[in-house]
Ligand binder design. Structure first.
Ligand code: C5P
Length: 402
């Protein structure tokens, strides 16, 4: 029996949380409810107590629970926290670390997986402030389900309805189960590589590592034993993932070779195609020769292709090899020819870099997912969503191979 802590914030969908409690109980799990003050304007705490058969918590300064530091204990006792419905207001508070109630204090002190089911008016959902808050919360590793599209309580139509109870429960099941990728080993490359020219200079690119890190995070949450091999980035590493830090493509390749055998390999790193043919021992002087100081010629040589090397290895080829590619012209055509040339199973093609909308360091990504015989455009979605979509494909791949 698993323990779920259900936090209900004050939206019209609060009454649907009652059905969620029934579903959780029907499956034999335990649920304890925390209601925000505004939730109690929509629903009666008594209904939550009766259905959950547990005490309902509302007040941060409830003496009995606070003697035991209730807001800490409630999350420590749970296997999973579910916030449903999650209003724009509570999401904004979470994104800024506000803890002005029992619910927000639990969420701030939480150390358990958190599933969030947003519910709000379509304009609130589409408001850039809400979007920013959601992306921030996603980057902390919280899992979102929904919202769905449809007619709202206010009569407006669009995205913002809390997901169906069965869809929320499906996510709960996924988060509570050992994970559909349990027993699988995964390798993810991420970030840029940096190729030294001399002791102080290097060649690199603008890769932030956000996409590769999001994929490693999702794989690990789904139960895969995940190894992230990353070039230098300025973002936090996902939890429960083995991380190897590298600088050059050569180092990245060696780390990948050491990491195999694996079942899943995702090459999301932006590997520098070239490196300096010779790394100068000393800092190269501005004046190299006395003949032409306006020009400096740097001789470069090709780096090893990590994806191709691992994909074409004779021993221990991963069961699934996935590449990423970014092109500024003929994206799909060149992604397909790269897929062939590098012998990978799937390719994810990033839409071209537009002015002020570079995919680098951006939280959003527009990609097409290519297999030998199919092509899907996933539209402009967050990098977390790209990771989720890709991992769903991976789960299906292993399910159908079983
Ligand atoms: O740079 P390019 O478009 O060729 O990258 C396509 C894929 O190949 C990416 O998945 C990238 O991580 C991988 N790659 C690699 N080693 C290289 C160049 C690219 O693994 N030297």
């Amino acid at each position: 029996m698993k323990k779920i802590l259900l936090i209900v914030s004050g939206g019209i969908a609060a009454y649907r949380a009652l059905d969620l409690i029934r579903e959780i109980k029907r499956r034999g799990d335990d649920v304890t409810c925390v209601l925000t003050k505004s939730a109690t304007q929509f629903v009666q705490p008594l209904s939550f107590g009766a259905l959950s058969q547990n005490k309902v918590y509302m007040d941060l300064f409830d003496l009995e629970s606070e003697t035991n530091i209730g807001h800490i204990k409630l999350s420590r006792d749970a296997d999973l926290i579910v916030l449903a419905p999650a209003t724009a207001n509570i999401l904004a508070k979470m994104s800024y670390g506000v803890s002005d109630s029992l619910a927000t204090s639990i969420l701030l002190a939480n150390n358990k997986p958190l599933l969030i089911a947003p519910s709000m008016n379509v304009k609130m959902w589409n408001n850039p402030a809400t979007k920013e808050n959601i992306e921030k919360l996603k980057s902390y590793g919280h899992i979102f389900v929904g919202p769905d599209e449809g007619e709202m309580a206010c009569g407006e139509v669009g995205s913002g309805k809390m997901s169906k109870v069965e869809d929320i429960y499906k996510e709960i099941e996924l988060l509570l189960s050992p994970g559909p990728l349990k027993g699988k080993k995964a390798l993810v490359t991420s970030g840029p590589t940096i190729e030294p020219i001399d002791p102080v200079r290097f060649i690199s690119n603008r890769s932030s590592g956000k996409q590769g890190h999001a994929i490693a995070d999702r794989l690990s949450k789904l139960g895969a034993d995940t190894h992230l091999i990353t070039g230098p980035v300025n973002i936090p590493y996902p939890e429960n993932v083995l991380v190897t830090e590298v600088n050059t493509a050569e180092e990245m390749l060696n780390a990948c070779k050491e990491s195999i055998p694996v079942d899943i390999s995702i090459f999301a790193a932006a590997v520098s195609d070239w490196k300096a043919s010779e790394i100068s021992k000393n800092k190269i002087k501005k004046s190299i020769n006395n003949q032409n100081d306006d020009e400096m010629v740097l001789t470069m040589m090709q780096n090893p292709d990590i994806l191709k090397t691992i994909s074409e290895t004779n021993t221990n080829r991963p069961k699934l090899v996935v590449g990423f590619t970014l092109e500024t012209e003929n994206l799909i055509k060149s992604a397909r020819s790269k897929m062939l040339n590098k012998s990978c199973d799937w390719m994810i093609a990033n839409s071209h870099v537009q002015e002020n909308q570079s995919v680098f360091n951006n939280d959003m990504n527009e990609v097409s997912f290519l297999t030998n015989n199919s092509e899907e455009n996933w539209g402009l979605i967050s990098k977390q969503c790209v990771a989720e979509n890709l991992c769903n494909k991976i789960i299906k791949f292993f399910d159908s191979a079983a």
